[in-house]
Design a protein around this ligand. Structure first.
Ligand code: NCC
Length: 276
């Protein structure tokens, strides 16, 4: 394999990864039952388009980063899973425009997805690991976590809050690009929420700044900035192909390398600003 230039690699992401949300017209969701729950507008109709966006990883390295004010200057901020802002504003900011959550979080009772007010701000998007290039019907019959009941319950409790289901095709379109651009064979597990969120924001924004996805000088074994738990796998990956994701993001970074070290910051262009 020949190594693609950063520009070509970005174009591959733009042209091959279809970032779409499940819509009421998509079988098997095209039933009167599902029509009641799925949002009518698609994501870009709902939010329009943003100039500058921030993607905030959940890494422990955000602790004592003082990046909060910089993060809040963005027009939109994406966060992941149960990552809080309250109590951590000085390091991660307080704005939440989009929250991407995995299906485990939505399904497992202990995670308190239905009751924790943390989830009531911003636009929610849930994703579920699907079998490699599975057809949507096949995935629907056997999701990794059966989050559908809790999705409907949450929609009933919060009908005004936009809440999308990410089309599961996206994860493997992205995985294929990760594999094609890596020298080693990657386990066929889907990309992390972090990598999916980065590509989602590239479809909505002119420019995307990503914080502590590539670790800064503050790199630590502490998994999350909001917990005491230590585990190197959080930064390096175990189930998700995190190391490969990070190598790819490093290759297409348009910001200064120094800013990775000091701020854990990477800058990527939005898809609409690319000339392929
Ligand atoms: O930990 P998690 O990820 O919620 O983190 C969100 C994204 O931030 C990036 N990250 C996180 C920690 C770290 N030290 N370095 C990082 O780069 C990653 O890109 C990560 O995706 C997930 O991807 O959905 C994940 O979710 C958790 C967990 O399910 C949720 O937090 C809900 O509790 C998974 N952990 C476990 O299942 C124990 C994690 O493997 C992946």
């Amino acid at each position: 394999t020949t190594k693609l230039s950063p520009e070509k690699l970005l174009c591959q992401l733009r042209d091959r990864v279809n970032v779409t949300m499940i819509h009421g017209s998509d079988g098997p969701f095209n039933t009167s039952e599902w029509q009641k729950y799925l949002p009518e507008k698609n994501l870009s109709q709902e939010v329009g388009h943003f100039r500058q966006c921030a993607v905030v990883s959940s890494a422990g390295a955000l602790k004592s980063s003082h990046l909060g004010p910089e993060i809040d200057t963005h027009d939109a901020v994406l966060r992941f899973n149960g990552a809080p802002t309250i109590g951590f504003q000085s390091d991660v900011g307080e704005k939440t425009t989009v929250r991407l959550v995995n299906s485990q979080l939505v399904t497992v009772k202990e995670q308190k997805f239905l009751t924790d007010i943390l989830y009531n701000t911003g636009i929610l998007i849930v994703w579920d690991p699907a079998p490699y290039h599975a057809e949507i019907h096949q995935w629907y019959r056997k999701p990794d976590y059966n989050f559908f009941a809790n999705y409907k319950e949450y929609r009933t409790r919060h009908p005004k809050q936009p809440f999308y289901i990410l089309n599961p095709k996206m994860q493997w379109e992205l995985w294929d690009i990760l594999q094609e651009n890596s020298l080693e064979d990657i386990q066929p597990n889907p990309p992390s929420s972090g990598m999916l969120g980065i590509v989602i924001m590239m479809t909505l924004c002119d420019e995307v700044n990503i914080y502590e996805f590539l670790p800064s000088k503050r790199q630590t074994d502490i998994c999350h900035y909001y917990q005491r738990y230590h585990d190197r796998a959080c930064t390096m990956g175990a189930y998700h192909p995190l190391l490969f994701e990070k190598n790819l993001v490093k290759r297409v970074n348009q910001g200064q390398n120094e800013l990775i070290y000091t701020h854990g910051k990477v800058t990527l262009p939005g898809f609409r600003n690319m000339h392929c």
